[in-house]
Design a protein around this ligand. Structure first.
Ligand code: PGA
Ligand code: ZN
Length: 426
């Protein structure tokens, strides 16, 4: 039984407001969470409610979302006996009564959904990751393998290169502890290399990635390989690479504007395939734009099984889009961001659909994050194959990495295998 819901504004890692909520149960258990916010967002995401008052935080204020929790949502849910997460989320959806959560705000709804789950876990005296596992009917099995932002471009940096992320995949690491130590070594080498090459060490990207002025994407990939080798690792064996092309953000009127060239969908697919031949890439996220549905099956055929075909903006953690992608054989991996859909139950359904199709699942943070660490518990509880949090330099990222280390210390779970033998085709 919920005794009280309350909320307030806090600031995220970009200094913009976001929502923090507290759920107090009659038993006295209190769950407090905050929610993240994206910058490189998908068009099909649930609606994040902002105040749009240009005089305050340039319109990014969240007072309306906060007020919705303190008044309407609290009034509707207080003193109600709610059996489980599913029931709570169904009540929230019915109360909002829009298809994209635009009335109450996905930021308000998700904050309540998550605060309730944390309060229930505390009431039951169980770690949050265990509570999340039970919600999915899963036993704890593995820790997610981290995929860690090394270089940034696109909307997360100054747009000096078009693609958004080059990530490290510590492929041979056996533990979280080892994966992070390997990452540190490569990150330091990359910082030294880019300082020498570009005369600048810019840690300015939103997720803490290095963002020097690479002349083009291929240099960015070659520098990543060099950094791996300078740190003493074998590229493609010990440490592989993943990219987030985030191609919706350089796609206009059927044309991809990449590296000062104009590419058709099939030309972009060929470009990605050529990168696969030349660089140790094992995962390509948003290789095509979110509404380029006709060409995703060709992308899948061309780059699988060598690399994961990972959908972020393309799928938006949206069960209907995931079902369509499965039916069209358009991808084989889901990037799961709970705030793209707005409740834990709907995100759980998205995760189940991906699993049923034998897809891989990457649990992901957003570029605007808070110091909350529930994402680490979610990735462990829902048996995420990978986790994507950003680089290992900013506090809001480290909160999650450090929580993963804590969970590893508590559970001694092994890291999820890479590459996965369970993945169809790999
Ligand atoms: P975000 O994007 O800025 O919307 O959080 C991160 C990503 O594209 O993976
Ligand atoms: Zn992405």
């Amino acid at each position: 039984i919920i005794k009280q819901l309350s909320a307030w504004e806090i600031l995220d890692s970009r200094g913009r407001p976001t929502v923090k909520a507290r759920c107090t149960l009659n038993s006295g258990a209190v769950g407090v969470v905050s929610v993240p916010s994206g910058a490189s967002t998908g068009a099909a995401e649930a609606h994040e409610l902002r105040d749009n008052d240009p005089a305050r935080y340039r319109g990014f204020g969240c007072r309306k979302a906060v007020a919705n929790i303190n008044s309407e949502i609290n009034a509707a849910l207080v003193d109600r006996s709610i059996d489980d997460q599913h029931e709570l989320d169904a009540l929230l959806l019915a109360l909002d009564a829009t298809t994209n959560k635009s009335r109450l705000g996905a930021n308000a709804i998700l904050a309540v959904s998550l605060a309730f789950s944390r309060a229930v876990a505390l009431e039951q005296g169980r770690p949050l990751y265990q509570h999340f596992a039970t919600m999915q009917g899963l036993e704890l099995s593995t820790l997610p393998r981290p995929t860690i932002n090394l270089f940034s471009g696109g909307k997360h940096a100054g747009g000096q290169v078009d693609i958004q992320d080059v990530l490290l995949v510590p492929a041979s690491a056996q533990t979280m502890d080892e994966a992070l130590a390997v990452t540190f070594a490569v990150y330091q080498s990359a910082a030294e290399l880019t300082l020498k090459k570009y005369g600048t060490r810019s840690l300015t990207a939103d997720e803490g990635g290095l963002a020097p002025p690479f002349p083009n994407t291929e240099t960015m990939l070659a520098d990543a390989v060099e950094a791996i080798e300078l740190a003493g690792y074998r590229a493609g064996h010990d440490v592989a690479l993943a990219i987030d092309v985030a191609s919706s953000h350089f796609y206009q009127d059927g044309v991809y504007n990449l590296d000062h060239e104009q590419l058709t969908s099939s030309a972009l697919i060929e470009r990605l395939a050529s990168w696969l031949r030349r660089y140790p890439l094992v995962s390509i996220e948003d290789g095509l734009a979110e509404d380029d549905w006709d060409n995703w099956p060709a992308l899948y055929t061309r780059i699988s099984p060598q690399a994961l075909v990972l959908g972020d903006d393309f799928l938006c953690t949206n069960p209907a889009r995931i079902q369509r992608a499965i039916a069209n054989q358009a991808a084989n991996a889901l990037l799961l961001k709970v705030n793209q859909i707005g409740t834990l139950s709907e995100a759980a359904r998205a995760c189940q659909l991906a699993r049923l199709a034998q897809w891989r699942v990457t649990i992901s943070a957003r570029s605007g994050e808070t110091e909350d660490d529930w994402l680490a518990d979610l990735a462990v509880g829902w048996a995420g194959d990978q986790i994507k949090i950003g680089s290992i330099t900013h506090g809001e990222r480290l909160a999650k990495y450090n929580r993963l280390l804590e969970i590893e210390n508590e559970t001694h779970l092994p890291l999820a295998a890479w590459p996965g033998t369970s993945l169809r085709g790999i």
